[in-house]
Write a protein of this length. Sequence first.
Length: 130
Amino acid sequence: MLILSMLSSSPRNGVEIMDEIEITTHGWWRPSPGSVYPVLEQLSKEGLIKKREDGKYELTQKGDSEIGEWPTFGPRRSRPQSIEDMLREINSYVSYFEELKASSDPLGKKKIAEQSENIRGLIDRMSRLA
């Protein structure tokens, strides 16, 4: 509901949605990429939003007409329960990092650059698993 409401005022990407939630809650809560991106994916599958070529999400006509209704996303878990869940969560974090690096925010790019060695280490470990 909150994400649909945000997108009703203007298109946003995942990072912008997380930033706005953090600002709205005065820093009390910043959702993780693992919670935002699966919701965006589900809303897309339900046809309520669509991802534009610039990477921002916007409401579809269906989303606009159903904004007053609460979509069902299924049970929420505090942590992944299966390999598929874990891979979905990893994918969400990768999407977050991609948007952070591509953003015009120099601080975001700096954060990614500072962690490049850790990122490469994780890539190497994951590659050995494949």
